[in-house]
Design a protein around this ligand. Sequence first.
Ligand SMILES: *Cc1c(COP(=O)(O)O)cnc(C)c1O
Length: 405
Amino acid sequence: MSFVTHLEAAIDGTILPHEALQSVHAGRPLWVRYDLDAVGAALNKQELAGREPTMWRYRELLPVSDETKIASLGEGMSPLLRCARLGSALGLSDLWVKDESQLPTGSFKSRGLSVAISRANELGVQRVAIPTAGNAGGAMAAYAARVGMEAFVFMPADTPIVNQYEAAYYGAHAFLVDGLITDCGAIVREGTPHMDWFDLSTLKEPYRIEGKKTMGLELAEQFSWSLPDVITYPTGGGTGLIGMWKAFAELAALGWLIDDRRPRMVSCQAAGCAPISTAWQKGERFADPFPAPATSASGLRVPAAVGDFMIIDAINESGGQARACPEDSLLYWARRGSELEGIAFAPEAGACLGVLEMLVSEKVVDPEERVVVFNTGAAQKYIEVIGGSALPRLSPPVDWTALST
Ligand SMILES: *Cc1c(COP(=O)(O)O)cnc(C)c1O
């Protein structure tokens, strides 16, 4: 059984039933609402300790009723790693990385798509489609495969090669589109009456937020129900930032947090595609489409986000910021972080590290504050970025004198 009571349009509060398939209202996303009193009566936070180490440990705060419909690959409970060496390079004494690179399909997209596919499966969907900047397509293909759904993936022709291959490898019908992710989105919309597929675009259905929300639930549980001072989150469509902010509100309503402190949410983008930070800096709630978006942090190459106002509201309510990181800085920090900690930092997370460097130097973040960086994907998926020059060759026998100097 689920504790969902209804869906609520984020733009105007219109209430919609959750028993039917829903997409958007007035072109804008929907919130999933729960009977939190009933959740609190059914579950106390101590019971969580004995549960499976996946995000489905929070099933009372997730929207699936029939557990046999769940599409899971063991996602969630990713490590929360203290990073003293990287922290000292950034001038921070209490830096942590939530390492989502270790999730199924190598990115945190598995959280949102596990829940979205599960709920679609429960509602009888047999065919799904998605526009993707890269990782969402691979994740959707994997979870669709897991429950025997047919999957269609549309990605820009210059999407990282591993993302192209993985979608096809998991059996999806995968296509390269001459255009941007917004063009891929238009194809999915136009195709709906012809193909009768369900559109799993970011925030075009209500349940991906719920999956990404579990990052916030895990952070709270892993920090013993006391939240950090600052969260830096690499923002494309913004699902994770919106989802975590929702998670903190639900945890507060449940009375599970030991104090009232909520983190300042810092939305980090790449300078080559920074619609949210541009709008936030101008004091606006809605973002203009970003012209000619270009960055190797492909997950951030989202020129227009339907949840722009939800991202900006969360940032402002939290006292946070939205900032853009120059391309050379995000590439530098992704590699530097990987060298210093052995964590496979994706370029998107490099943007968080580059923004943190700025915020520390501007004294917006204090050196002793507890800061969490989300490493949302695995560096291994970005062959084009991590592959530099060829390695030096050795032909045995080794000349040890040359090697040791
Ligand atoms: C999709 C993606 C992002 C952006 O996530 P949103 O929640 O849509 O803002 C960041 N990093 C990586 C690696 C991604 O794949």
